[in-house]
Design a protein around this ligand. Structure first.
Ligand code: TYD
Ligand code: MG
Length: 438
C-alpha cells in the first residue's frame, strides 16, 4: 500500500487528498502545502494493515485515576473548568489580544508552581518581560515557575530528559509556535494544526495538561483558535471590553464538565481579581434613585447576574426621533418604544430615546425587556423606580408581560443581594406594572 499524501490549505486550513493550484474551498492560489506522510498528525492517514490491532477494554474495569483534577485554587477558573484541570487534557484559552490571557495563565501557573513545577513556553515575550509580569502578579515568584523562550514545539519532546517533570505546560501563544514538520510560517493554519497535534500527543503521553493560548481577532479573521476547537478537550474563552475592567471566562466546550459556568474577574493593577458580588460591576449603585434606571437579572449560563439598564428620554428636533441602544439590540428598543406609545398611551413620537446597559455588557435575553421598558417610562415620567426593585420579564406586542425563564433563580439572586421587590414573577399586563410602580 502506498502512503497517501495530504495537502492542507495554508489560508483556510482545509485538507485535501490531492494537490490543486487553487484551493477548492477558499479559492486561494498556491496555498496547498503537502504534509509529510510519516507524521501521524492529520488524522494519521498512513495505514499499514499488518500493524493494526484493536484492543478492547471493559468500561467497567477502567481505572479512574485520570480524573483526579488539579485545582488551580482560583475559584472562578476551577468553576469554569468543572472543578480543576484534568491531567493530560488540552485546554485552549482563547480571546482577543490584550484581554488578559497571558495574565490569567501566569496566575494559574503561579498558583500551581507553589506546589509543583510548571513550564511557561513563551513565544511572544522575552524572559525580562515575563518576569516583570510575574512581579506585578505576585510578591514572591516560586522557583518552580519555569519558562523557556521558545517557538518550536518540538523542544517539548525533550521533556523526557528532565529529572522533574512539570505538572502543567502553558503555551503562549499557539500563533507564535511552529513545527519543522511543514515549512510554512508560524501562525498559518497548517502550522497551528500540526503544532497542536504534537502538543496533544505530548499531553496524552505524559498525562500532562497543556494550556494553549490562542488569539482571536474581533473579526475572527485569524482562523487559528477555530481550527483547534475540535482538537482540544476544553475551550475557555476570555471576554470583555477594553474600556471596562470586567472580564468573563466562559467554557465554550468542555469534555469534562458543563459549558454553563462562567467566571467573573476584574483586571486590576496587580492582576485579575475574582468577583463575588457582580452587582458592583454592572450598576451605578446610587444612594438616591434617579429616574431612568431599572435593575434586571440576566442569566450567564447557570449564573444570575444583576444588571442596570439606563434610559434617557429627551425632546427631539428631528422628524424621525433617535432610538439609540447600547448593550441591547436597536430593533428591540424600537419595538419597546412602540409598545409604550401604543399600549400605554405615552407618546414617544417627539422624543429621542437612549438606552444603555452599564458595565458594557451586551444582552440578548428577552428577560431585560421589562427593565428596559420601565427605565424608559421612568425617564419619560421623571419618576424613579423605588430602590431595591429588580424586574425580569418579556414584554409582548400586546403589552403583556411574561415571566422570564428561570425567574425563580433570578429572584433568589436579587433577594440575596438585598432587592426586596421583584417584578414579573407572574404573567401580567405592562399597564398594571406601571400603575403599581409609579
Ligand atoms: P495580557 O495578559 O498581556 O493580555 P493578552 O495575553 O490577552 O494579550 O494583558 C493585557 C493587559 O492587561 C495589558 O494591557 C496590561 C493589563 N494588565 C493589567 O492591567 N494589570 C496587570 O496586573 C497585568 C499583568 C496586565
Ligand atoms: Mg499575551
Amino acid at each position: 500500500m502506498t502512503d497517501k499524501q495530504i495537502f492542507i490549505c495554508d489560508q483556510c486550513g482545509n485538507e485535501f487528498s490531492k494537490w490543486y493550484g487553487q484551493c477548492p474551498a477558499c479559492q486561494a492560489w498556491n496555498s496547498l502545502k503537502s504534509i509529510p506522510s510519516h507524521t501521524k498528525t492529520v488524522g494519521g492517514r498512513k495505514v499499514n494493515n499488518s500493524k493494526i490491532k484493536l484492543t478492547i477494554t471493559k468500561a467497567s474495569q477502567v481505572f479512574e485515576s485520570n480524573v483526579n483534577r488539579v485545582a488551580t485554587n482560583i475559584g472562578e477558573v476551577d468553576r469554569v473548568l468543572g472543578g480543576g484541570i484534568v491531567p493530560g487534557s488540552l485546554i485552549l484559552l482563547a480571546g482577543q489580544p490584550g484581554i488578559g490571557k497571558s495574565t490569567l495563565a501566569s496566575q494559574i501557573g503561579l498558583n500551581l508552581s507553589r506546589q509543583q513545577p510548571i513550564l511557561y513556553l513563551a513565544g511572544e515575550e522575552n524572559p525580562p518581560q515575563i518576569k516583570l509580569r510575574l512581579k506585578r502578579l505576585s510578591r514572591t515568584i516560586p522557583d518552580n515557575f519555569w519558562f523557556a523562550a521558545e517557538t518550536k514545539v518540538e523542544v517539548l519532546m525533550a521533556l523526557d530528559k528532565l529529572k522533574t517533570k512539570p505538572c502543567l505546560i502553558i503555551i503562549d501563544s499557539i500563533q507564535t509556535m511552529s513545527t519543522d514538520l511543514v515549512g510554512t510560517q508560524a501562525g498559518s493554519p497548517s502550522q497551528i494544526k500540526l503544532a497542536a497535534n504534537l502538543l496533544m500527543q505530548i499531553a496524552k503521553k505524559n498525562n500532562l495538561p497543556i494550556i494553549i493560548i490562542g488569539h482571536v481577532t474581533k473579526e475572527g479573521s485569524i482562523a487559528g483558535p477555530k481550527l483547534l476547537e475540535h482538537m482540544v478537550d476544553t475551550v475557555i474563552q476570555f471576554e470583555g471590553d477594553a474600556n471596562h475592567a470586567y472580564r468573563i471566562l466562559r467554557a465554550v466546550k468542555n469534555r469534562f464538565g458543563t459549558t454553563n459556568e462562567i467566571g467573573l474577574f476584574t483586571m486590576e493593577a496587580n492582576g485579575l481579581k475574582q468577583v463575588d458580588n457582580p452587582l458592583s460591576l454592572f450598576s451605578s449603585e446610587l444612594e438616591t434613585p434617579i429616574p431612568g434606571s431599572a435593575t434586571s437579572v440576566i442569566m450567564e449560563g447557570e449564573r444570575p447576574i444583576l444588571v442596570e439598564i439606563q434610559a434617557l428620554v429627551n425632546p427631539s428636533n428631528l422628524t424621525i426621533p433617535r432610538r439609540v441602544a447600547q448593550g441591547i439590540a436597536s430593533n428591540k428598543l424600537i419595538m419597546l418604544s412602540a409598545i409604550i406609545s401604543r399600549r400605554l398611551g405615552l407618546s414617544l413620537a417627539n422624543y429621542d430615546v437612549f438606552v444603555n446597559v452599564t458595565g458594557g455588557l451586551n444582552i440578548k435575553e428577552p428577560a431585560v425587556d421589562l427593565a428596559t421598558t420601565l427605565a424608559i417610562i421612568s425617564a419619560y415620567k421623571q419618576k424613579a423606580i423605588p430602590t431595591k426593585t429588580a424586574t425580569f420579564g418579556e414584554v409582548g406586542l400586546l403589552g403583556e408581560v411574561r415571566p422570564a425563564s428561570f425567574w425563580q433563580r433570578r429572584a433568589k439572586e436579587a433577594k440575596r443581594l438585598g432587592f426586596n421587590q421583584t417584578l414579573a414573577t407572574k404573567p401580567t399586563l405592562l399597564k398594571t406594572v406601571v400603575k403599581n410602580l409609579f
